[in-house]
Design a protein around this ligand. Sequence first.
Ligand code: ADE
Length: 225
Amino acid sequence: MRFDIITVLPGLLESPFAHSILQRAQKKGLVEVSVHNLRDYATNKHKSVDDYPYGGGSGMVMQIEPFANCIESLQEQRKYDEIIFMTPDGTTLNQSVANELSSVQNVIILCGHYKGIDQRIRDLYVTREISIGDYVLSGGELPAAVLVDAISRLIPGVLSDETSALSDSFQGDLLDAPVYSRPADWRGHKVPDILLSGNQAAIDNWRYEQALERTKKRRPDLLED
Ligand code: ADE
């Protein structure tokens, strides 16, 4: 799967994809992430990408032209399944949105800044608007990194043990059961006996009960349907 991310701050997106699972996914050729500097697509002398809002008001608005130039030059190279704008007023990202997006091939992600982006970009190019939660960040870069991570780990072969994405919290609408590792006794705080029992059926049953209990307590909304 290929992600083309359009941003005015490409440096912000260097690190998130250069480590661990996302780095390995790229090395294996399962995921490709290409970051584009929006300023390279500005045609004016100062390479500015924003201007005052029509009608007045505070803050600057990101203009349509640089985004249109960048998107159209990408579209000349390949067909895109989705053009996603990261914005706090979009649909909230959840596991089912990530699952759905993990089955497509090519995605463009637009990162906004300042007061917002010219509405015509949203009307003419964007196919989906996604928020990562009900809070406002300084720009769309961190949300874009969150989205790419959430999608990429679902692509077959990205995780070494494919079943581990399937047993994540939220897959199957239950939160994860608690997990423990050595030592079995730390300052008198013991790992539950059942996990040391070697009885896999009993362990699976315990994990299910724990997951159910945790979900009831913390996220009863997940059990409503
Ligand atoms: N840009 C700023 N805040 C955001 C959020 N919560 N989700 C997605 N994009 C954003």
